[in-house]
Design a protein around this ligand. Structure first.
Ligand code: NAP
Length: 437
């Protein structure tokens, strides 16, 4: 983006790596025999983009070259493909106000949107932000870094030594089993996209007490907590967030200089996934299951104003949970309760790989007025969701919940908004392949 320091940083980086530096804008201007501003004024933005694409295609085929490009280069897929073929794409990020301060009031480019300069820059940056996030192999926040330090960071990333260092913050998932967890893929991809010096690992954990001691002893920044440790973790942290107190379980521990705080993002993540399709306030929701996920989801739905019915294989567990949320209750076979419902949620493992033909309720119980959310995400399209779709119901797959709870954890660990599209792409890729038991 204009003002990000690409030329200064690019030249320093090239010197650091012993490479050449080329600025695509300079070459376009040279070839056109006029400045970029004049080119755009005389022939329009499209003509500039055409010339830019030709220059990028040529530069990207060269070895040992650091290429500085304008921020709009990523608006064309052909440019991204060309740059990716043999290279890495680095995004020099900066807060919009800092860009404006660097560029002065007016900048040197014609407006893309026809609006005044500051507004133009803000509009363009906002629109492009998701593309930068998605496209960058590495990003550096240049707001408060010197060009030499930025070049050094990029050089380390390119040499492969920047990914893990003595300063790298460690996060992970503790549970048993976690060998097939999709969380490392999502979190690590997100760290890389934002250029954060973090790593996320999977720790198979038999003994939660010793694992939590390990978090303190090794100064691990934070962990996701999964089956079977979510309830026990409540007793081991120093403080419980309201989200964890509401459901008596912890799915996230954050370590702030030795002080461990437990959170639970399960319920909010499920609610967010469901509410993308159907707002729950005042709706009749039937929840299947009374375990950890069901408890978190019941607390979130109750908080959001849904009217709950909880059905469980062991009805006494459903009754105990229903008692806390003033909900109706019954056994898992009490499917007449579904006929008048607006929302049906499966929070049992029924239908999960490898029992993919199983469903917690018979297809006849489903109807077109339902929104059906299945917490099971492996497979993504469970038997229950297939039956629901066939009955004309709206469906919400469980990977949405997984994505949103991971995004909430990412924010707790790093303090940064999660790059949702990057994490979703990582999850999709992971789920698109083999099944994950
Ligand atoms: P949990 O605490 O062990 O609870 C399991 C619940 O399912 C209990 O209510 C249990 O009933 C019921 N159940 C188990 N096997 C059953 C069967 N064969 N038939 C009928 N009911 C059965 O487990 P959880 O942590 O709540 O997890 C439940 C599901 O949610 C799992 O599939 C998990 O992968 C999924 N989940 C998904 C996400 C996500 O991000 N999408 C997040 C968390 C959990 P009883 O009480 O009668 O034993």
């Amino acid at each position: 983006m204009r003002g990000c320091g690409k030329t200064t940083v690019g030249k320093l980086l090239a010197a650091n790596l012993g490479m050449d530096f080329a600025d695509s804008d300079d070459i376009v201007a040279l070839q056109a025999g006029m400045s970029i501003a004049e080119l755009v004024k005389c022939h329009g933005w499209e003509a500039f983009r055409e010339r830019e694409a030709a220059v990028i295609g040529e530069l990207a085929s060269q070895d040992n070259t650091v290429i500085g490009t304008g921020g709009g280069v990523i608006t064309r897929e052909e440019n991204i493909a060309a740059l990716r073929k043999r290279g890495k794409i680095v995004w020099l990020e900066a807060d919009i106000d800092i860009l404006l301060a660097r560029l002065g009031e007016h900048g040197d480019r014609p407006s893309l949107t026809g609006r005044p300069f500051a507004e133009d820059l803000r509009t363009v940056l906002t629109a492009r932000y998701p593309i930068y996030l998605k496209t960058a192999d590495f990003s550096v926040d240049t707001s408060d870094r010197e060009p030499a330090a930025i070049a050094q960071l990029i050089a380390e990333f390119l040499k492969g030594s920047g990914s893990i260092s003595a300063a790298t913050l460690v996060c992970g998932v503790i549970g048993n089993p976690v060998a097939h967890s999709l969380s490392p893929t999502m979190h690590n991809r997100a760290y890389r996209a934002l250029g954060l010096d973090y790593v996320y690992l999977a720790f198979t954990t038999a003994d939660i007490n010793r694992a939590v001691d390990g978090i303190r002893g090794l100064n691990i920044r934070g962990v996701s907590v999964t089956i079977p440790h979510k309830e026990a973790a409540c007793q081991l942290v120093d403080e419980l967030d309201q989200s964890a107190r509401d459901c008596g379980a912890v799915n996230t521990i954050v370590n702030d200089r030795g002080m461990l705080r437990g959170y639970n993002s399960d319920g909010a993540a499920a609610l967010r996934a469901i509410e993308e399709t159907t707002p729950v306030k005042g709706k009749q929701a039937v929840l299947l299951g009374a375990g950890g996920a069901a408890t978190a989801i019941a607390a979130a739905l109750n908080g959001a104003g849904a009217r709950l019915t909880i059905l469980n294989r062991h009805p006494e567990r459903a009754a105990a949970l229903a008692n806390r949320f003033n909900a109706a209750t019954g056994g898992l076979d009490d499917i007449t309760k579904i006929s008048g419902a607006d929302i049906l949620i499966n929070a049992t493992p029924v239908g999960m790989w490898p029992e993919t033909e199983a469903s917690p309720v018979p297809a006849e119980a489903l109807h077109r007025n339902l929104t059906v959310f299945d917490a099971v995400y492996n497979p993504r399209m469970t038997r229950l969701l297939c039956d629901a779709g066939a009955a004309g119901a709206k469906i919400v797959p469980g990977d949405k919940m997984l994505l949103y709870l991971a995004a909430a954890q990412f924010k707790l660990f790093t303090g940064r908004e999660a790059p949702l599209e990057v994490m979703a792409a990582a999850l999709n890729e992971a789920l698109g392949g083999e099944d994950h038991a």
